[in-house]
Write a protein that binds this ligand. Structure first.
Ligand SMILES: NC(=O)C1=CN([C@@H]2O[C@H](COP(=O)(O)OP(=O)(O)OC[C@H]3O[C@@H](n4cnc5c(N)ncnc54)[C@H](OP(=O)(O)O)[C@@H]3O)[C@@H](O)[C@H]2O)C=CC1
Ligand SMILES: O=C1O[C@H](COP(=O)(O)O)[C@@H](O)[C@H](O)[C@H]1O
Length: 795
């Protein structure tokens, strides 16, 4: 009886050490040439963070090839009963991780060796009885369990034996500790699923090995179990005497961070009353290995959000940080510090204001968390006031960050500027002078807009350059982290044959289209100063175009990818004003913010909420192929699509007049790649008329069984912390993008003062835009392959 304690220094280490432990137990059993199967009892955890950790352990375990999986039986230590969402059950988690991965690599695990409760049965009792009979037969036959994994809860519970449940009714404790193996129906008010199916403590304590994971929040429960256990075994005096050199449980610290057990002692006396944790009871009979995630004592991370009380921070930055927290993707020792100026946001004066008035609404909208997840996220959060016109407040921020680092040797800092661009330079100057870590790296994230034209962007870059090295600047364009934008290089260069189709030999035109159904509500003030060309085309769509058109980079390293992007950008001609149509939706002028602007400037806003522009690349690959960019707000749908329309076969070719093939990459919503191509319809004849356009379809959600695709902001924030800069915009990319758009913007705004075409809110945009697209040679084929044109069916 005793405890071996295993300390893991990071999430990755936790998973590796847990899997190593389980693998070792199984390998030892199997190498002894026993005739019985190894019986592994698994329990899941509550809360998204812990379940994600569990899922990682089980998926990784499935990859261990030293295990003979045909000789392993797996059962569930506990399950939620009456949970109507199947995906949240523990059985689903096992199937979705361990079993799925074992099957994927044909590891020979027999389905009959998986024993799970049937929660579809009519009552919890019937479920428990049924499970007990199947489980106990297996345990009897295999002389198991050989290993049981359990977590310790903050209330001291293990598996689904909750102190509140057995303390409420005295007989329940004897049921939980009955002399024969059994399955219980228990209850908890702690978690969203109250009724539980759980093996009794006899099953757990009979296991040859028990692995207890001590998760966030269970430290106190763990200390209490140890204390009362030691008092029972050694008495208080012995406890005090031994405490100096050896932990009271008999645990000796070894230099590699593992704690080894040398517990010896008397026979335990039966507990007079139910203990505060069932773990106490199990400990009296079993050897236990306790796995604990300990915080990194060397390195501290601060993620500082400047402008934390603003719109971007609450809508994008903090929800993404929360998701990363839920996915265990933030370093354990990372603190998140919201920083704002009390002059601008007088309602936020403390961290609790910040939580209540800014974050709560947006974070609680996210799915799949439980209170523990929110509480552990809150532990990371701090709020500090800084006034950029009072630099000493920046020094106070520095002192606060040092305090939070608690004397760790290395301190890394991310400064995320969720600020208007006119404040970037001032903020960076003060940060660099007063708030720069001297013991670790510093990174600054800036958000678009990067100026209103090339000259402004260059001035901004120059002022940042005064204080920062280019590798310390992370210019964010969130389109670069959308799942299918990230996929573009893979699609083109991993599929070599497909890559060859991206060439003027085959392509008639390329369309890159962004449509938003909403207008500029709430952002009119900002938007009117920029317009759709600067807001969407010059950055987001230009980045997409670059990835569609560029040559293969030498490697996937950041600088190689960005070098190649700059190369193709340099080959793009500035847009000719005749190749552009702009529009504004009806009702834009009625926005109260726009009316104020109109009054001030003395004329009705000419800001485009819609634009189509045609770009040409002067290089071997793309010569003569029009790239048609379209972006609009207040349109008929919300979607972003890249459509590569291939050349038409000659009229007298084998199959006559046929629609053009298209490769479509739907970036959002519902990420998909589909290829509209020709096929012969089933039937006896084989004529040109039997050919029809059909679709080869890759729906990413269905194909990869994705339950949730990460938000682009999550990916980019994670990249910043990792120091991965390939999805951020380099200064020269930005300069090139402005070179392409600057002449067009000058002509539209200063020379022609062009009035935008009006279009109905919720329509496809102005007719003139379709006429331009038609002139560029794009032909629309309906789903059945019939050509169509806007004039015929304009809505
Ligand atoms: N995996 C999947 O999920 C798949 C889904 N589909 C769905 O099937 C439907 C048809 O797909 P698809 O054939 O690719 O796309 P559409 O027929 O919807 O659009 C094809 C092209 O025609 C243009 N267009 C549409 N309406 C008009 C119009 N009235 N006048 C002029 N041009 C027009 C569009 O341009 P513009 O962008 O300017 O409107 C677009 O570029 C879509 O809803 C698509 O999502 C199809 C295949 C696979
Ligand atoms: O950067 C911007 O992007 C959003 C659209 O982003 P998405 O990820 O929802 O496609 C747009 O609404 C906004 O005007 C623009 O500034």
């Amino acid at each position: 009886m005793g405890i071996e304690r295993i300390l893991a220094s990071s999430e990755r280490d936790f998973v590796a050490k847990s899997v190593d432990y389980i693998e070792e137990c199984i390998a030892k059993h199997q190498s002894q040439g026993r005739s019985t199967n190894f019986v592994l009892g698994l329990s899941a955890s509550n809360g998204r963070v812990r379940r994600a950790r569990q899922a990682d352990v089980w998926s990784t375990l499935a990859g261990r090839t030293s295990i003979d999986w045909s000789r392993v039986c797996v059962f569930l230590v506990d399950e939620r009963y009456g949970w109507h969402c199947e995906e949240e059950s523990n059985s689903f988690l096992i199937r979705d991780t361990l079993i799925k991965n074992l099957n994927r690599r044909s590891a020979g695990f027999p389905e009959s060796n998986l024993i799970l409760p049937s929660t579809g049965l009519d009552s919890a009792l019937a479920c428990a009885e049924d499970y007990q009979s199947r489980l106990c037969d297996m345990l009897e036959k295999e002389h198991g369990p050989h290993l049981v994994t359990i977590g310790l809860g903050s209330d001291g519970h293990i598996a689904s034996v909750f102190p509140e449940w057995y303390k409420a009714v005295p007989e329940r404790w004897s049921t939980a500790t009955q002399k024969t193996r059994g399955v219980l129906v228990t209850e908890t008010s702690e978690f969203e699923v109250r009724t539980r199916i759980c093996v009794n403590l006899r099953v757990i304590r009979e296991a040859s090995n028990i692995l207890v994971t001590l998760q966030e929040g269970s430290e106190e429960a763990w200390t209490n179990v140890k204390r009362s256990f030691d008092e029972e075994r050694f008495g208080e005096k012995r406890f005090a005497k031994r405490a100096k050199v050896v932990e009271p449980t008999g645990v000796v610290v070894s230099t590699d961070g593992f704690l080894m057990v040398h517990a010896k002692g008397r026979k335990p006396k039966p507990a007079p009353k139910p203990p505060d944790s069932p773990l106490h009871y199990v400990l009296r009979y079993s050897n236990i290995s306790a796995m604990q995630l300990s915080l990194d004592k060397e390195t501290h991370y601060s993620f500082v959000v400047m402008g934390a009380a603003g719109d971007l921070a609450k809508k994008k930055t903090f929800p993404s940080l929360f998701q990363l927290h839920l996915g265990r993707l933030l370093p354990g020792s990372m603190k998140i510090i919201g920083v704002d100026d009390p002059k601008f946001h007088t309602d936020v004066t403390s961290v609790s204001d910040f939580w209540e008035k800014r974050l709560r609404e947006y974070l609680e909208k996210q799915k799949g968390w439980v209170n523990e997840d929110v509480e552990s996220f809150k532990q990371r959060l701090h709020f500090v006031h800084v006034q950029l016109d009072q630099p000493e407040t920046m020094s106070a921020l520095d002192r606060r960050l040092q305090e939070l680092a608690e004397g760790r040797a290395k301190e890394h800092r991310v400064f995320y500027l969720a600020l208007p661009p006119f404040l970037f330079a001032q903020a960076v100057e003060h940060l660099r002078e007063r708030c720069w870590s001297k013991t670790g790296w510093n990174r600054v994230v800036v958000e678009k807009p990067f100026g209103k034209n090339g000259a402004e962007a260059a001035a901004l870059s120059n002022s940042l350059k005064k204080y920062l090295d280019e590798k310390e600047i992370f210019r964010m364009d969130h389109y670069l982290a959308k799942t299918l934008v990230l996929n573009l290089l893979t699609l083109r260069f991993a599929n070599r044959e497909l890559g060859h189709l991206f060439h003027c030999h085959h392509v008639a035109n390329v369309r890159i289209t962004f449509k938003e159904a909403i207008g500029v509500q709430g952002r009119a003030g900002y938007f009117d100063g920029y317009g759709i060309i600067r807001d969407i085309m010059q950055n987001h769509l230009m980045q997409v175009l670059t990835l569609v058109a560029m040559e293969a980079p030498a490697t996937l390293e950041a600088e190689d990818v960005r070098d190649e992007k700059v190369k193709v950008l340099k080959q793009i001609r500035p847009i000719a004003p005749r190749d552009c149509v702009i529009g504004q939706y009806d009702g834009y002028q009625a926005d109260p913010d726009i009316q104020k602007i109109n009054l001030k400037q003395g004329y009705a806003s000419r800001c485009p909420t819609f634009a189509v522009a045609v770009l040409y690349l002067d290089n071997e690959r793309w010569s003569g192929v029009p790239f048609i960019m379209k972006a609009g707000k207040g349109l008929e749908v919300h979607q972003t699509i890249v459509r590569i329309q291939f050349k038409k076969a000659p009229p007298s070719s084998l199959f006559g007049e046929q629609p053009q093939n298209e490769l479509v990459i739907r970036i959002q919503p519902n990420e998909a790649i589909y290829y509209k191509m020709l096929a012969k319809m089933p039937g006896l004849t084989q004529q040109a008329r039997d050919v029809e356009q059909t679709v080869l379809d890759l729906d990413l959600k269905k194909r990869f069984e994705l339950r949730r695709t990460p938000e682009a902001y999550e990916k980019l924030i994670h990249d910043v912390i990792q120091g991965e800069s390939h999805n951020f915009v380099r200064r020269d990319e930005l300069e090139q993008a402005w070179r392409i758009f600057d002449p067009l913007l000058t002509t539209l705004e200063k020379e022609e003062k062009r009035e935008p075409e009006r279009y109905t809110l919720g329509s496809r945009g102005p007719l003139k835009a379709d006429m331009l697209i038609d002139r560029m040679g794009f032909r629309r084929y309906t789903v059945t392959g019939v050509p169509g044109f806007a004039e015929d069916d304009f809505d």
